[in-house]
Write a protein that binds this ligand. Structure first.
Ligand code: ASP
Length: 337
């Protein structure tokens, strides 16, 4: 045996030790252990909104992001990752580091995508942890200001008589506006030309500009334009009229009780995110929803924060699973399945 052999062994052992240390560090990072849950948050948090800036999901996100940021002591930075009815942004959030620094705001579309997208890149239940529900927003049926009908009853007749030319905007397959549009076309027994956008912010701009005839969208995107007279409003899709738009009849008053939908919103993190981080985000969400400024802003736009017991992972998970089953059934029936 030469003296070189033990030296080589020592070198090899040191090298292997360093490698083991490195792989442990990498494993810690990839499992979300790169951030210390007890110290969280130490850096800005990205909030993915899976629709365009300026639309209703974006508006609700920005409303709650500010008081959540104050509570957490870091910035919440909104990123609009739009496309394919919200599935592009949700897919990006599903594969983000599970360290609490990427949060997804999504709405009812989280529950419709599995039935609509055969190749969906994520599982809304298995790939995420819910943080809590945020708000449930009524929808309104609105049209360009010079669209011929004046009342909801006239709108129904006009659309039925002119189905070959009327155009309907929505935010992609599985979006809330798409679902409401499907309920509407089903109820009226018509097929319409749908014009998809990456969010109803840009769709609203084109309705105001007169390029598209009508859409069904959350009050968080339509109340301002309705009140300003920039669009015509026909009906609200809730069982009761809403305070922000007291003159607007319900679809039921207009003889169309099947056109009913409210758009629930919730926050999510990737599934492997530590529970301690989820609890901190839930706590900050609850503080934001109790903030009088948020309550007032939401009221002006026809909605309200959910109650504290709904802004929890448990209530959110239960609603998500119930809605996946409900919409899965409705969509399968609609597709003849
Ligand atoms: N309101 C849109 C929808 O129909 C989404 C958005 O732009 O926020 O789902």
């Amino acid at each position: 045996m030469t003296p070189a052999a033990p030296r080589r062994h020592r070198k090899a052992a040191a090298y292997l030790g360093a490698l083991a240390g490195l792989s442990l560090a990498l494993a810690a990072c990839s499992s979300g252990g790169g951030s210390d849950p007890a110290a969280y948050p130490e850096d800005d948090i990205e909030v993915i909104v899976p629709f365009s800036a300026g639309g209703p999901t974006d508006t609700v996100t920005r409303m709650v992001a500010e008081p959540m940021a104050e509570e957490l002591g870091v910035q919440l930075v909104v990123q609009n990752v739009d496309g394919a009815g919200g599935t592009v942004g949700a897919g990006q959030a599903a594969t983000a580091e599970p360290d609490g620094y990427t949060v997804l705001m999504h709405h009812i579309g989280m529950s419709t995508a599995p039935a609509l997208y055969a190749d969906l890149a994520y599982d809304p239940v298995a790939d995420f942890k819910p943080i809590g529900l945020v708000t449930e927003v009524p929808m309104t049926i609105i049209a360009r200001a010079d669209f011929e009908p004046d009342t909801f009853e006239e709108f129904v007749t006009f659309v039925q008589e002119n189905a070959d030319t009327v155009t309907m905007a929505h935010a992609g397959e599985g979006s809330a506006s798409n679902l409401c549009g499907l309920l509407l076309t089903d109820a009226l027994g018509v097929d319409l030309t749908a014009v998809p956008y990456d969010g109803t912010g840009p769709a609203m701009a084109e309705i105001v500009g007169g390029q598209v005839d009508f859409m069904c969208d959350q009050t968080t995107n339509t109340t301002g334009q309705i009140t300003a007279g920039e669009v015509k409003a026909y009906a609200v899709t809730t069982p009761e009229r809403i305070e922000a738009l007291p003159d607007l009849p319900t679809t039921t008053e207009g003889g169309q009780p099947d056109i009913q939908v409210s758009v629930w919103h919730g926050l999510y993190v990737p599934a492997e995110t530590p529970d301690e981080i989820v609890a901190k985000l839930t706590g900050a969400l609850q503080v934001a929803l109790a903030d009088q400024g948020v309550v007032d802003q939401m009221a002006d736009l026809g909605t309200a924060p959910v109650s504290a017991d709904q802004a929890t992972p448990e209530a959110h998970a239960a609603l998500l699973e119930e809605q996946i089953a409900t919409w899965g059934g409705i969509i399968a029936d609609g597709q003849g399945g």
